[in-house]
Design a protein around this ligand. Structure first.
Ligand code: UT7
Length: 335
């Protein structure tokens, strides 16, 4: 068995900054409400006049990660692409990346696990490397939320939270014991699927029903979230996933050097910080600038933390996420 290790990180966010005050153009809201409840000050939303899409942003992040890894696109053996906002219903973003980067006909797998998408994607890539099947895997999380939000007072509890962006990591084979990904832990609880959901477009009855009923109040093509219900589950599941990861490696909470939580809500991250008695320097948050970028959030945060020297070689990193599905998980990593 081999180990896997991140050898290159990159991220990309659109230039277009949308502040909380800018949102008042479309809906009744306030900077005070948004900051108090979520910590968010601004987010990036794709300017539709630009070329950016979920796949295009993923490619931009990937180019940075591959270069920093000291590799070329031809060294990559496999792509794992996580998103909840693909450019097309099918095929997914993985094959678009393979094409846009002009890569050989390597495999491309799409992961659809929303906010925990990147955790799932890293876990999948880790297994392929551990077994020796692949050497260098490009793992991408990318989201274009702004194209699908209900930007009105009716949709404000969801639309103020989400932002666009992408992050990428190159995960590679390593023979150094005790370094890199130590373990990954994945969970789901599908009975809560409808608490944070985007129903359409989908197969089943969605298309015929919406055409037949032609009901202007049917907004099942916009995301729905039962915010307080999701919040309560998030704090519990985040904690469980972190504890599970630590226990699997015979580690204590005191061993954590850096926690990179999914950027769902600053209040959730602060709750976890208090619970695990971590200092401000041991938890990295950037939701203030980017909002919640779901599958891109953990990898953008990890990249930004790395760029800003927030952790060093040998540090114990914990990545954790929770979101729609419900799905959640953690990654324990020695940098
Ligand atoms: O990444 C996936 C995981 N996601 C999460 O973990 C998100 C978890 N949930 C949350 O972060 C919070 O539930 C929210 C930030 C989404 C909402 O905060 P809340 O404290 O749960 O607010 P609420 O939805 O219960 O709404 C409270 C009030 C309502 O008004 P009334 O009925 O009390 O008069 C809303 O209509 O706030 C109102 N409201 C807003 N007001 C101004 C909801 N959204 C807004 C808004 N601006 N954007």
């Amino acid at each position: 068995m081999y180990n896997s290790k991140i050898i290159g990180l990159g991220y990309y966010v659109p230039d277009n900054i949308v502040t909380n005050d800018d949102l008042k153009e479309f809906m009744e809201t306030s900077d005070e409400w948004i900051q108090e409840r979520t910590g968010i000050k601004e987010r990036r939303w794709i300017d539709p006049k630009t070329e950016d899409t979920t796949a295009v942003m993923g490619v931009k992040a990937a180019k940075v990660a591959i270069k920093r890894a000291g590799l070329t696109k031809d060294d990559i053996d496999f792509i794992v692409f996580a998103t909840l906002s693909p450019d097309m219903y099918f095929p997914g973003g993985g094959v678009q990346v393979q094409d846009m980067l002009d890569m050989p006909t390597i495999g491309a797998l799409d992961v659809r696990n929303q906010c925990s998408g990147f955790i799932y994607a890293i876990s999948v890539a880790d297994q392929f490397i551990k077994t020796g099947m692949y050497k260098n895997i490009l793992v991408i999380g990318s989201e274009n939320h702004s194209g699908g939000l209900e930007k009105s007072t009716r949709g404000r509890n969801v639309s103020v939270i989400f932002g666009d962006g992408a992050g990428a990591a190159v995960l590679s084979r390593s023979e150094e014991a005790g370094k890199g990904i130590l373990s990954t832990h994945l969970h789901s609880e599908g009975k809560h699927a409808k608490e944070l959901v985007l129903e359409g477009p989908s197969t089943g009855r969605w298309v015929p029903d919406i055409l037949e009923k032609n009901d202007p109040d049917d907004v099942s093509y916009y995301p729905y979230m039962n915010g307080q219900f999701v919040f309560k589950h998030a704090v519990t599941r985040f904690s469980e996933a972190i504890v599970e990861g630590l226990e699997a490696n015979n580690l204590q909470k005191e061993d954590i050097d850096m926690l990179i939580p999914h950027q769902a809500n600053l209040r959730i991250a602060q709750f976890i910080q208090r619970k695990f008695k971590l200092s401000d320097n041991q938890v990295f948050n950037n939701i203030q600038k980017y909002g919640n970028t779901t599958a891109a959030s953990v990898i953008i945060a990890l990249t930004e933390a790395w760029e800003n020297d927030k952790f060093k070689e040998g540090d114990l990193l914990v990545l954790a996420a929770f979101g729609s599905g419900f799905t959640w998980g953690s990654v324990i990593m020695r940098w």
